[in-house]
Design a binder for this molecule. Structure first.
Ligand SMILES: Nc1ncnc2c1ncn2[C@@H]1O[C@H](COP(=O)(O)OP(=O)(O)OP(=O)(O)O)[C@@H](O)[C@H]1O
Ligand SMILES: [Mg+2]
Length: 437
């Protein structure tokens, strides 16, 4: 419960979390310390200052009470008040207690004065800016004493707070700079890994703290190994295909002059072998088709459909949602759609190509009205060299079994996948190339 609650408010990035981990404890300690310290200190200082004013009031009152007439009383009181920066007069109007609610030291002043001196009546902090008006009872009548605020309470702790504030901000700023320096190598590693996942090899050099550097080194080793393997596979397949071409061509030539009974069959075999070799070569080269660039996939889809129509297929463009440009290797993408459309028209009659775009992914779908592929065979159909049960697709002609595998390879190169399902509209297969944004 609390976990999910916290998770919702926790920043997602490492930088954000580290900042929070840094700020919350330091901020809390600072706040608590300042409040406790300021309250104690200023309360004590205020009390001490007020106590000395209370003593002056006692003296002033005793002088006034000793005088014979009210006039003498007031002049006796003034004789003490003036040098002490207080001013005293008879009270004409009634005075009531008044204090701003946030004026905490005012509360201490009132409590201290009343405790020290029972002749102190109402105390008003608000009527006169910068002064406290205190009503006093003398035997000659009520007196009004005006005490400058600076004489009773300590000045506001501005300096102290400003100093703490500025120092903490400076320290936090330096800490954040340093933190950013620590997070940057992790970000770079993540960017390099995610680019490689999408088939791009961006320059990357391990940097940062030891653990990050280690992860970076491991990533580079892994990337090198995968690149080497891909290269070897390409070399192997294209080498073999290439080397087989020459003897095949020779056989074809020889067959031209041959006139035996199995001639037609042999020519068909040679043609089929030729087609297979071409498919192998395509497969081997699918990794290196084109450079990644940011483009809008819509025109590519229209072009692929047009090409299929020219080739005699019954292919149409379905719903195309608008999308921002995505990073694509255009020729590879074209090949992948071409393969899916090729399957759709080979195993069905009608094909429909659509595009749907969501916040995180773009998917190109190719639907057909053929027999489809049952769910349990879908994974197998994606593997190289698998052709499903031939009786399911009679007169469909037989391919090599590489079309879906090549499309899958291309999708993975772009960081995406191929998903097979049942076409909701046409009832046959729906093959979708799902690419992340
Ligand atoms: N649209 C589809 N409808 C029904 N079955 C399909 C469809 N697409 C592919 N399949 C099945 O999946 C198998 C693998 O398809 P894939 O495209 O990889 O190979 P292929 O079409 O047989 O040969 P290639 O495409 O290399 O010429 C096919 O043999 C076929 O049985
Ligand atoms: Mg195919």
């Amino acid at each position: 419960m609390i976990g999910t609650f916290l998770k919702r408010f926790m920043p997602r990035s490492l930088f954000g979390r580290a900042t929070l981990i840094l700020l919350v404890p330091v901020g809390t300690i600072l706040l608590v310390m300042s409040i406790v310290f300021i309250q104690r200190l200023y309360e004590n200082v205020t009390r001490q200052m007020t106590e000395s004013v209370a003593n002056e009031i006692t003296l002033l009152l005793s002088q006034a009470n000793e005088a014979a007439t009210p006039d003498e009383a007031i002049s006796a009181a003034r004789a003490i008040a003036v040098p002490l920066a207080l001013s005293v007069s008879f009270l004409d109007e009634e005075l009531v207690d008044q204090r701003a609610s946030f004026d905490l030291s005012g509360r201490v002043v009132v409590a201290t004065l009343r405790a020290r001196n029972e002749d102190v009546g109402a105390i008003d902090f608000l009527s006169q800016e910068g002064s406290a008006l205190v009503a006093l009872t003398s035997i000659h009548g009520a007196l009004l004493l005006e005490v400058p605020r600076t004489r009773v309470s300590a000045r506001n702790p501005h300096q102290f707070l400003v100093l703490i504030g500025i120092t903490s901000m400076l320290m936090i700023f330096i800490a954040l700079l340093y933190l950013r320096g620590q997070v940057r190598p992790i970000r770079r590693l993540a960017a390099a890994a995610s680019a490689f996942g999408k088939g791009r090899s961006v320059p990357y050099r391990p940097a940062g703290a030891a653990e990050v550097r280690q992860a970076g080194q491991a990533f580079i080793q892994m990337r090198d190994r995968i690149e080497r393997q891909i290269e070897q596979r390409t070399l192997l397949v294209s080498g073999v295909s290439h080397d087989l071409r020459t003897p095949l061509t020779r056989m074809r030539l020889a067959l031209g002059m041959y006139d035996g009974p199995e001639r037609d069959e042999m020519v068909r075999d040679v043609d089929e072998m030729q087609a297979m070799l071409d498919a192998f070569l395509d497969f081997a080269r699918s990794e290196s088709l084109g450079e990644p660039e940011r483009i809008d996939p819509t025109p590519l889809i229209h072009a692929a459909v047009e090409k299929a129509v020219r080739g005699g297929g019954n292919v149409e463009v379905g719903v195309i949602e608008k999308t921002e440009p995505i990073t694509l290797r255009a020729p590879a993408f074209d090949r992948a759609i071409g393969n899916l459309i090729g399957n759709a028209v080979r195993y069905g009659k009608t094909a429909r190509v659509g595009l749907s775009a969501s916040e995180h992914a773009v998917s190109v779908t190719v639907d057909d009205d053929g027999p489809g592929i049952p769910p349990e065979l879908r994974e197998a159909a994606l593997k190289p060299f698998t052709r499903l049960d031939q009786s399911r697709n009679q007169d469909a002609g037989s391919g090599v079994g590489l079309g879906l595998a090549i499309a899958g390879d291309i999708a993975r190169q772009h960081g995406g996948t191929i998903e097979l399902s049942q076409s909701p509209e046409l009832g046959g297969l729906r093959a979708a190339i799902v690419l992340p944004r």
